[in-house]
Design a protein around this ligand. Structure first.
Ligand code: 8IG
Length: 268
């Protein structure tokens, strides 16, 4: 059990309900995945805007609130919405949400995102569990320390075993692969997509990696999932739309809810 990390001075006034909550699991919901919250028994909600020190998002589909809830009899803290590097926030600001959640003492952080698929065997509409990442932003939330942090197992192998087993039992096709994080905000050119495939990436997106780095540096065990919403540019010749991303996310959220619900009691 990881002990609660003292809430850093950067959050001067955390609303009482949130400050007193002791989640076992923290979960960040990405684009279009906010619907997951409906699968949980909601205890309270706190809009990000009520938490001084937390940056605010302006992207549609990122509602911007913490929800304290129960799922499978386990306390879970949901972060509905995140801020992104491409909005002009620093990597440290992007990871502020994780530092706040970590201060409440969860053992596990589950990160979700919407991403483009680069792997011809991973069709849109499916889920990919991250087994590693490529940080292609040339930036880090740990700038200034801790330095030389070990990154040999960012995405916890035991959690991956757990999720792989549960997905198999429930007939959910769960791919596993490498997520490349790019700065954005624009999508890739076809040449960039070819480059990413040569580098060994299976999916590409603009989030998650700073949060995973921050969480590991604070001693949390991390699992992460990409909802594959589109073929990356140039794979099919179709242009990408944010609308399509949101719709695919909503229907795929149900499948992940089932998986997380089953995993909840076993994540220790
Ligand atoms: I959803 O194809 C989603 N996010 N960079 N490329 C990048 N980010 C994405 C993509 C994509 N799809």
């Amino acid at each position: 059990m990881s002990s609660a990390i003292p809430c850093p001075d950067e959050f001067s006034a955390v609303p009482a309900e949130l400050a007193a909550f002791r989640p076992k699991v923290a979960l960040v919901l990405g684009s279009g995945l906010g619907g997951f919250a409906e699968a949980c028994d909601r205890l309270f909600a706190v809009p990000y805007a009520k938490i001084p020190g937390l940056p605010e998002s302006g992207v549609p589909g990122h509602e911007g609130e913490f929800v304290g809830a129960e799922l499978g009899g386990v306390r879970i803290l949901l972060a509905k919405g995140r801020v992104h590097y491409y909005e002009g926030h620093t990597p440290r600001e992007v990871a502020a949400q994780v530092r706040l959640m970590a201060s409440l003492g969860p053992e596990v952080l589950v990160l979700t995102n919407a991403a483009g698929t680069l792997n011809p065997h991973f069709a849109p509409g499916g889920w990919m569990m991250l087994n590693d990442h490529l940080n292609l932003t040339a930036a880090s939330p740990l700038s200034g320390g801790p330095n030389f942090f070990d990154m040999s197992e960012v995405y916890d192998a035991r959690l991956r075993d757990l999720f792989r087993g549960l997905a198999g039992e429930s007939g959910l096709a769960l791919h596993e692969g490498v997520y490349a994080c790019v700065p954005g905000p624009q999508y890739e050119t076809p040449a960039e997509v070819r480059m990413l495939r040569m580098l060994g990436a299976d999916a590409v997106g603009m989030s998650t990696v700073f949060e995973a780095i921050q969480a590991r540096a604070l001693g949390l065990r991390v699992a992460a999932f990409s909802c594959l919403t589109n073929w990356a540019a140039g794979v099919t010749g179709q242009p990408l739309s944010h609308q399509e991303v949101m719709e695919t996310g909503r229907s795929a959220a149900a499948a992940l809810s089932v998986l997380l619900g089953k995993a909840m009691a076993k994540m220790s």
